[in-house]
Structure formats: structure tokens, C-alpha cells
Ligand binder design. Structure first.
Ligand SMILES: *Cc1c(COP(=O)(O)O)cnc(C)c1O
Length: 232
């Protein structure tokens, strides 16, 4: 099949699976946003998905995101889903719709300061962020500890220039992700009772996005199920 057709067909399949999982979880399809994680795929792959009607794309490296964003141009909502160093913050602010991976206050402060200053042609506005939580307590994974999340959310939402809209997690590999997703959802429910704007749950990737949706995901981050096997 031509690349474009193949990609459009994979997107349609993911969409059907998302809709079915949402229905099992008692929610509307529109309650779940699919972020197509294009890391290590080229700009042509992003353009093809954009052409097929997809608008949300995710990257895990600042430089790669900048390069692809410049190449692809307008019409994309970019998400940053990877580990973020403070010195990369200026490359992202103004370009990225949602940063999923804020896991420490120093990083949030750097994002807030840069947003207030305005960069990448954007006038000062609000940077939307999620707090990444290491809900599976995996030492190899980023994210703050579950016990530290409430204080971090409370501190981040005080920062001028940021909007803290929810939580994100990456479960440990080779383990049943469902309890980890359920834990993040309970944490979100507790936080949302105190801070009503904390609503988003970014969880689920190619191997487990249906489970994540059943457990309440509002955003899933899906790469290979959309783009095919990722180049090394
Ligand atoms: C790469 C990546 C994804 C997507 O992974 P797939 O297995 O290709 O779906 C999702 N989230 C994060 C944080 C990633 O780094």
C-alpha cells in the first residue's frame, strides 16, 4: 500500500480502538485525545498524518521537535512528552501546546519565567503543563514520587505563566499497567477535588492505550500503532 494510505488506515484503526475503549469506560470518544508520538519518524510521516486529519503530535527531544516543527509548519499542536532539562526550556516555550513531563519545581519555574518573557515569536501567554508522576515507582522512569505530587501540583499552579492541567505517567515495562493507571487516576481525582483545573490524565502508549482509556485516560500517547515500527 502507498505510505499515505497505510498511515490513514492505521490512524482509522487506532481511532476505532480508542472509541471502543472509551465506550467500555462509559465515556465519549471525544473525551480522549490521541497524541501521535512522531519521535524518530521524519517530517514526511507527520505531514502524512496531518493530511489524514490528525493534529496532535508528540516529541521527546527538544531539538528534534524544533526541527520537525519548522519543517512541517502550521496546523500542528505539538506536545512535549520526554525528559526535559532546564536549558532546553527556551527551545520549547511558545512552540509547544502542552508539556507533559514537569516533574520538579525548578523546571516549572524555568518554564514559567520563559513564558512570562515570551519567546519564539509568541507574546507572553500561558504554558499548559502536566505533572509527570512515577506512579509505578520505577527507578528507571522519570516523574515525581506519588507522595510528592500534591505539593508539586500546589506549587506549580501558583506560578504565573503556567496552567497545570493534570497528570502524566509512564508505567514500568513488563508489568501489568492497569494498577499503575488506576493509581494515577485516583491521585488525579483527589487533586481535582482541591484544584478543579487538574483534569487531564496522560497515560497509555501503543501497547496499553486501551487499558489506559478504560482506567480514565483523557490523553493517550501513541507512536508505533500509528506510524509503524520506529526506526532505530
Ligand atoms: C515514545 C513514547 C511514547 C509512544 O510510544 P509507542 O510505543 O511508540 O506508542 C509515548 N510516551 C512517551 C513518553 C514516549 O517516549
Amino acid at each position: 500500500m502507498p505510505v499515505l494510505t497505510e498511515l490513514a488506515s492505521r490512524l482509522a484503526t487506532v481511532d476505532r480502538r480508542v472509541a471502543a475503549a472509551a465506550e467500555r469506560g462509559g465515556r465519549a470518544r471525544s473525551a480522549v485525545t490521541v497524541v501521535a508520538v512522531s519521535k524518530r519518524f521524519d517530517a514526511d510521516a507527520v505531514r502524512a498524518a496531518l493530511h489524514a486529519g490528525h493534529t496532535d503530535f508528540g516529541e521527546s527531544r527538544a531539538q528534534e521537535l524544533r526541527r520537525k516543527a519548522a519543517d512541517v509548519g502550521d496546523g500542528v499542536r505539538w506536545h512535549f512528552v520526554g525528559r526535559l532539562q532546564r536549558n532546553k526550556v527556551p527551545e520549547l516555550v511558545g512552540l509547544v501546546s502542552l508539556v507533559h513531563s514537569v516533574d520538579r519545581i525548578e523546571l516549572a519555574e524555568a518554564l514559567a519565567a520563559r513564558t512570562r518573557a515570551g519567546t519564539n515569536g509568541a507574546s507572553a501567554r500561558v504554558q499548559r503543563v502536566l505533572i509527570q508522576v512515577n506512579a509505578g515507582e520505577d527507578p528507571r522512569k522519570g516523574g515525581c514520587r506519588v507522595a510528592d505530587a500534591p505539593a508539586l501540583v500546589a506549587a506549580v499552579r501558583q506560578l504565573d505563566g503556567l496552567a497545570c492541567e493534570g497528570l502524566m505517567t509512564v508505567p514500568p515495562m513488563g508489568e501489568d499497567p492497569r494498577p499503575v493507571f488506576a493509581r494515577l487516576r485516583r491521585l488525579r481525582d483527589e487533586l481535582c477535588a482541591r484544584f478543579p483545573e487538574v483534569v487531564q490524565l496522560s497515560m497509555g502508549m501503543t501497547d496499553d492505550f486501551e487499558v489506559a482509556i478504560e482506567e480514565g485516560a483523557t490523553i493517550v500517547r501513541v507512536g508505533e500503532a500509528i506510524f509503524g515500527p520506529r526506526p532505530a
